[in-house]
Design a protein around this ligand. Structure first.
Ligand SMILES: [Zn+2]
Length: 103
């Protein structure tokens, strides 16, 4: 089984590469990337091996992403457009550093 999973992961890497679709981080052999479902058939979640097989059969239904990007996608996907707009605003304000405290 371990050998099967290893060969399966090599097929996934051959198809999707070793780079996060969102931020471009590369695995460099150290960690595995996640396969994010763009949609779930019948709304059912699947285990890692079944997900890999699905991705190998229908790669257009998946994005390969790193753990932090997968977490962000999963969280942001549940939010309303209004919440997303506000989050984007706060991120922009944070990057601009408008409200830094000065001593
Ligand atoms: Zn990423």
């Amino acid at each position: 089984m371990k050998e099967y999973l290893f060969r399966q992961s090599l097929k996934v890497e051959a198809l999707f590469g070793d780079t996060c679709f969102c931020c471009g981080v590369q695995t460099q052999g150290k960690r595995r990337l996640h396969l994010h479902h763009l949609s779930y058939p019948n709304g059912h979640h699947t285990n890692t091996s079944a997900t890999r097989n699905e991705a190998l059969r229908t790669p257009e239904r998946f994005r390969q992403v790193c753990y932090p990007c997968h977490s962000a996608i999963t969280r942001l996907s549940t939010m309303t457009p209004e919440t997303l707009e506000r989050i984007e605003l706060v991120v922009k304000e944070t990057k601009e550093g408008k409200w830094l405290w000065r001593v």
